[in-house]
Design a protein around this ligand. Sequence first.
Ligand SMILES: Cc1ncc(COP(=O)(O)O)c(C=O)c1O
Length: 407
Amino acid sequence: MFDVKSVRKDFPALRSQDIVYLDNAATSFTPEPVTDELIDYYHRNGTSVHRGIYKRAEETTRKLEKSREKTADFIGADSSREIVFTKNCTESLNLLAYSFHHWSEKRGKILVTEMDHHSNILPWKIMAKGSDRFELEFVDVTRNGRIDMEDYENKLSPDTVAVAFPGVSNVIGAYNQVKELTKLAHDNHTLVIVDGAQWLPHRKFDIPEYDVDFLTFSAHKMLGPTGLGILYGREDLLERMPPPFGGGEMVRSTTKEETTWNDVPQKFEAGTPPIAQIIAFGAALDYLNELGLSAVKKHVDSLTEKAINLLSKIQGVEIYGPKEGEDRGGLVSFNLKGVHPHDLAASLDSIDNIAIRAGLHCAQPLHEAMELNATSRASFYVYNEEGEIDRLARAIREARKIFGGEK
Ligand SMILES: Cc1ncc(COP(=O)(O)O)c(C=O)c1O
């Protein structure tokens, strides 16, 4: 049984102010066991990793590598060597695009989708622009907010080097058909990169089950600290990829002339890593495992269903993406007719301390494809309660009156 009242007690950010926090797809709040780890590191340890030959530094290294193992276990990776720590999901995708450029012997197309976040479009765009070997192509999105499978199959050709798509769109909120998309790509000898930023916080992503080649996500969207991203890569691929950043830790030996790289994953982690964040992320994973991801998904699904239900009854509200179903993620994007999303978000904040997101959500090509200037987005997580969805619906009705929607 998911006890949201007791979950809420673990989150200091909920105590400081009455806030209906519905911007979880941007970043989540952090529970006390995670902030405890951060404080513990700074108050009780404070040393660097992988270098010191004294007990305290050895403890830091052990804890950091333990978090790497927990991350590998969380996604069912074969080995913690397949887990690279970065600054955020965006950096993980940039790292991949850079390395691809310098490593792939194949030339041709990189396929992304219209529903991708800018983080999974711009690294590939920058890479393709600086190269005469690659070009970028977009797969269409259907009117009901799905990756257009027919268009995807048509665009997959023998010269498609890689496909990159989101597990869940941060605007439409639908889970994509990762298995089908991956199988089609692999049958075509094409590598698969999944941006898991919006999937991992809510639902198990088991690498053996989905069989993707690369997966990226951010700690701060799943109860972890800011400043930490994760790149999962198949070990044989990581072995072959060149490192994008040079510096300490990523090198085994270097003279003025010759350099040999460190083993994976250290080859990709130049310089001192975000030590406290990595250690604290282990506590975030423990917390999520304790709640159970399937219970988390069930809880978030029921909030999403309630939100869709209540919002669709408000005159003038249009909801985007699939309205229901198993594969609906934990966010709802919508518009209130005649009210700009920025105005709506500001008024929900002043009416009842309700925090939602408004704008393009770093997904301009998707808004263009849906012929929308902007949207409002409410996104849910472990500490949100049913009553907050009622408050959201009430405040939208109130805003509608303020903006002259009700005569
Ligand atoms: C689908 C998706 N991909 C990537 C990102 C980028 O995450 P970050 O800003 O943590 O790098 C986000 C953030 O909102 C996202 O929603």
